[in-house]
Design a protein around this ligand. Structure first.
Ligand SMILES: [Zn+2]
Length: 88
């Protein structure tokens, strides 16, 4: 069996977690990789950014889609949001 590839976050260099896409999401893949490090600069900055720019109490985590190599923000509304979809 082929060993599973490990991905790391470009913002904090921590390993990304394999993350199951919620059924209501619009991504056409079963899983993606997400940085769930609470110290990640991308995530930490997100809170300030969204609060200052849009007056919203949300942030986002770094997300990587291995099927097409695309990455982007995964919006989250609390520290533990979406953590129940981690599958490793
Ligand atoms: Zn990170």
């Amino acid at each position: 069996m082929e060993e599973e590839k490990k991905y790391t976050c470009p913002h904090c260099n921590q390993p990304l977690k394999k993350w199951l896409c919620p059924p209501e999401s619009s991504w056409e893949v079963d899983f993606q990789y997400v940085c769930f490090n609470d110290e990640c600069s991308y995530y930490v900055r997100g809170w300030d950014w969204m609060r200052n720019k849009f007056n919203q109490n949300i942030s986002y985590r770094y997300r990587f889609n291995p099927s097409n190599g695309e990455s982007g923000p995964l919006p989250i509304w609390s520290k533990d949001a979406l953590k129940n979809f981690i599958i490793e």
